[in-house]
Design a protein around this ligand. Structure first.
Ligand code: 5GP
Ligand code: ZN
Length: 113
């Protein structure tokens, strides 16, 4: 049985505020936004983290990066955002399904990290 919370969101078993979906990826508002715009973009297939990306599943990652500019435009934050993916518990990954945070707003500082 798959206990992955993001797989359940993709399947519609857990509600989310969806902003985008296609055959490969799903995007939704973070339940605990850290700034004005905080979207999560995920592949529909379960990949645990960036460390699990390979030539067989990378099309979803490419799609995520194609969709980010369109979403940023729709959210009126073009050229004014940060993309983060935590890979591993020790750097703060709490959900073991690959996801990219799209962050924009006053709380996003210019600090490197
Ligand atoms: P991580 O810490 O793994 O990089 O990010 C996981 C993110 O998933 C966190 O920002 C957290 O708020 C978000 N999150 C965890 N559970 C849920 C949920 O059930 N729904 C939504 N929309 N976001 C979630
Ligand atoms: Zn999953």
């Amino acid at each position: 049985m798959n206990d992955c919370i993001f797989c359940k969101i993709i399947a519609g078993e857990i509600p989310s505020k969806k902003v985008y979906e296609d055959d490969l990826i799903f995007a939704f508002h973070d339940i605990n936004p850290q700034t004005d715009v905080h979207i999560l973009l995920v592949p529909k297939t379960h990949i645990a983290s960036a460390d699990g990306v390979n030539e067989d599943n990378s099309a979803a990652v490419a799609r995520i990066f194609e969709v980010i500019p369109r979403l940023a435009d729709a959210l009126r934050v073009s050229d004014n955002y940060r993309i983060i993916s935590n890979c591993g518990e020790s750097v703060g990954q709490t959900v073991r399904h690959l996801h990219f945070h799209l962050l924009s707003g006053a709380a996003v500082s210019k600090d490197r990290l």
